[in-house]
Design a protein. Structure first.
Length: 297
């Protein structure tokens, strides 16, 4: 047996002795309900129940990895570590019964549980929305064709755009002020790239095809004539733009068959987003939500 393994196992003996003592004295657990109780599903990999609280494979692995690496463990050593976890659980249940967790413990527990709960919320929300998406009907050829016919002009249009991007509202306001004072768009854009190699113009996006134009830009660009500069455009993620339209041109050769896969995907995504919004709205309507206090800084 490895020396480190022996050390770990020896340290379990006081816990095991205390666990036996507490097992004789302790009544039913008043601790947290077993994970999965709300759905009726037993947690994965349950090795033991301690006053109804499951101890799992994951708990034992967490116990192993909380120590210095102990190398490969055999069944006997794993059983000893399982008993160590059981001993800790018994002591923890007794401490909870006596309400021994102080403010610092409760605050730290809240922080750690918030991380777990956020992961759980996101993972389950993603699973739910995937389920909802799978229920949506497929986009038909007729729907895709109708969309193309109704939007053929926009789909065939390529737009030459310059942009200035800022991640701060004060910065974009400064850019707007410089442009309003008569500075050229290119000069203001170039100032934001002080170490830019000669000949590089990252603010010039060239001709953008229909699907390359961000959603936040579409309505704005439709109102501009070649040579016009937009007001500030707000986007998601704290992004702000000022756009300059240089030119529009039409790709008359672009037909339905060439863009059908993109149209089908676009219509499918729109349908899924609508389903997500409806589901979220219905869940909120039927939920009982009680606001207790505002979020602190």
């Amino acid at each position: 047996m490895h020396k480190q393994t022996s050390s770990v196992i020896l340290r379990t003996l006081p816990w095991m002795a205390l666990a036996v003592m507490l097992a004789c004295r302790q009544g039913p657990s008043a601790g947290t309900p077993a994970p999965g109780a709300a759905t009726g599903r037993e947690p994965i990999g349950v090795l033991a129940l301690v006053n109804g609280v499951p101890v799992t494979e994951a708990d034992v692995h967490a116990e192993i990895h909380s120590k210095t690496s102990v190398g490969e463990l055999g069944p006997e050593q794993k059983k000893i570590l399982l008993d160590r976890v059981i001993g800790k659980e018994l002591v923890a249940q007794k401490a909870a019964e006596l309400d021994l967790g102080d403010v610092q413990y409760r605050e730290e527990l809240a922080r750690r549980m918030a991380d777990v709960n956020e992961w759980k919320r996101q993972a389950l929300a993603d699973a739910y929305f995937r389920h909802e998406a799978a229920q949506q009907p497929q986009v038909t050829d007729e729907e895709a064709r109708r969309y193309f016919d109704e939007n053929a002009a926009a789909i065939r249009t390529e737009t030459h755009v310059l942009q200035i991007l800022a991640r701060d509202e004060a910065q974009i306001a400064q850019v707007r002020q410089e442009l309003a004072s008569g500075a050229s768009f290119e000069d203001v854009a170039r100032k934001r790239f002080p170490d830019l190699p000669a000949g590089k113009t990252p603010w010039d996006l060239g001709y953008l095809k229909w699907k390359q134009i961000p959603d936040a830009w579409r309505n704005v660009l439709q109102t501009l004539k070649p040579g016009d500069t937009s007001e500030v455009v707000r986007g998601s993620g704290g992004r702000f733009w000022i756009l300059r339209l240089l030119d529009r041109r039409e790709d008359a050769a672009l037909d339905f068959d060439a863009v059908k896969p993109v149209i089908v995907e676009d219509l499918r995504n729109a349908r899924v987003e609508q389903a997500r919004a409806r589901a979220a709205d219905e869940l909120r309507k039927t939920a009982r939500i009680e606001y207790r206090k505002t979020v602190s800084n």
